[in-house]
Design a protein around this ligand. Structure first.
Ligand code: HEC
Ligand code: HEC
Length: 249
């Protein structure tokens, strides 16, 4: 009789522990997975790099936990790989860890954003970028860039733009049948055609079999490098300004 009760108690306790495991995700386990599989792109502590900073209470692509787990499992083609190797409990732990990153305040960036706006104007960045509706959209929109990229990435984007070019902004060069070279951002491409947008905003569409040659310049950027034309102080202020562009978040 006592034995039966003891076994029953043991059974109930084990069941209860199993339950806790399932309802209380393990942040430490989530952190381990993050460090080995996500930090490469999102930074060692989630502060961002090639992928956006995750130090945000609200993630655009993952408004709730179910959406976050689905995003982690399926990835975001072509920039973020799917996590087919992770089990559902792994993903739940990882999602909980990512959520916990949202409570981290944005990093303190040295430099003066108010002076950075002036540098932005003087260097005519708006001839290629839009901030809050102002400017030209040859390059990526920067209205919420501070929420997506950390200061290290922003600094590098200014002094060495070719180091990371988002897939939507790959530089392409076509030499037409008459020998005229046309350079610009690849706006679209399929097996037979390629469309290019040049810095003056002109669109070109070519049939690949009608041009002399075409190629993607993956190691170059359509953005000029500002390593020579910004003083260290200007660079710091400009990065502080870009980091402050966080939209409503
Ligand atoms: C190869 C680089 C790479 C790896 C590895 C990677 N990511 Fe990403 N991730 C990205 C990029 C780039 C984006 C932004 C894509 C976009 O918005 O188009 C992104 C977006 C996200 C978002 C959405 C952020 C938002 O604003 O909604 C989350 C959440 C996320 N990643 C979590 C993870 C987790 C967790 C892992 C590890 C399993 C991971 N990522 C691995 C590159 C990566
Ligand atoms: C001739 C057009 C042009 C000018 C001028 C220009 N950019 Fe860019 N910029 C681009 C293009 C195209 C890209 C995308 C390719 C890349 O990232 O290398 C880009 C990328 C960026 C990025 C990275 C965005 C990301 O998501 O990683 C930042 C930040 C940026 N520019 C800021 C600036 C600032 C600040 C200035 C002024 C000092 C400036 N740009 C001047 C065309 C330009």
């Amino acid at each position: 009789m006592y034995l039966t009760r003891a076994i029953l108690v043991l059974f109930v306790v084990t069941l209860a522990e199993g339950q806790t495991d399932r309802s209380m995700p393990n942040l430490q386990a989530g952190r381990k997975i993050f460090e080995s599989q996500c930090a490469l792109c999102h930074g060692a502590n989630g502060g961002g790099g090639r992928g956006p900073s995750l130090h945000r209470p609200k993630l655009e692509r993952a408004p709730d936990d179910a959406a976050l787990r689905k995003l982690i499992a399926e990835g975001i083609p072509p920039e973020m790989p799917e996590a087919w190797q992770l089990s559902p409990p792994d993903i739940a732990n990882l999602a909980a860890f990512v959520r916990s990153l949202g409570a981290v305040p944005p990093e303190a960036v040295p430099g003066d954003p108010a002076k950075g706006v002036i540098v932005y104007r003087e260097k005519n960045c708006a001839s290629c970028h839009i901030v809050n509706g102002v400017g030209t959209g040859f390059g990526p929109e920067l209205s919420t860039i501070g929420a997506h990229r950390n200061a290290t990435h922003l600094r590098e984007a200014l002094i060495k733009p070719a180091a990371f070019v988002p897939d939507d902004f790959v530089l392409a060069e076509v030499v037409t049948a008459s020998g005229e070279p046309i350079r610009g951002i690849r706006a679209n491409e399929d097996s037979f055609t390629i469309q290019i947008k040049d810095a003056a905003g002109r669109f070109y569409s070519f049939r690949k079999d009608e041009v002399r040659s075409w190629r993607l310049l993956r190691d170059q950027s359509a953005m000029p490098a500002f390593d020579q034309s910004l003083s260290p102080g200007e660079l710091m202020d400009l990065v502080a300004y870009l980091a402050s562009l966080r939209g409503s978040q």
